[in-house]
Design a protein around this ligand. Sequence first.
Ligand code: IPE
Ligand code: IPE
Ligand code: MG
Length: 241
Amino acid sequence: MSSGIPASSGLHVAIIPDGNGRWAVQRGRPRRAGHRAGAEAIRRVVDAAADLGIGHLTLFAFSSDNWERPAGEVEALFGLVRQFLLEQAPHWVGRGVRLRVIGRRDRLPTPLRAAIASAEEATAAGQGMQLRIAVDYSAREEILRAATRFYTTLEISQEAFGRMLARLSHTGESFPDVDLLIRTGGEQRLSDFLLWECAYAEMIFSKKLWPDFGEADLEEAIREYHTRPRRFGRLQAEKAG
Ligand code: IPE
Ligand code: IPE
Ligand code: MG
């Protein structure tokens, strides 16, 4: 672990890696080139997160609303995700990283579905960083699906609902709430990402475009996170009484 960073093994960090298209346009290149550079940044940041000892990491790769983009861009994105998973899975196995993909699978191209299944299976025994990549993901859709099934359950509680949500997201088991949400690209919104899980997330918005985001930026975000008092509606310890 890097020196000077407080222990982060209990943290769930979520990232909305935005700005690939603008990065490419600024360089007079096709948006696809931005997504390629974005995949490279994801590779670096996943490694950096594991080096920092972060316990849980969720990355937004493709939102259900991203289907509204031109077919060629969607196809390029899916191709990149597939290639990324095939390349990284053996590396993650070596690092003890476990991958789960959340979101809908039924609309994805068959080769991508196969790559997801194979990467999940290969990394299933990973006891290190728990990595989730969201593909064809919509938080509202997941919440709605969980709600429609939920009325048959006997235990009605936020915990039980959270477990149901996690099961529907193909994770099989529950994932902790998000502690820190990072979004690059300058926009300050959630764009339908982890709405339930971000109830008390600290948020850091970076103006950097995603392909320019690196290890040092992640470290800086974690450092800032550790300076923020989290109260969850209570009073700070020293002010209680
Ligand atoms: C984020 O970059 C990647 C995906 C949404 C898949 P964008 O493609 O949204 O990049 P900008 O926001 O247009 O720059
Ligand atoms: C959010 O980015 C989705 C991903 C990064 C995968 P978008 O670029 O799609 O979000 P909006 O349209 O700016 O809200
Ligand atoms: Mg965008």
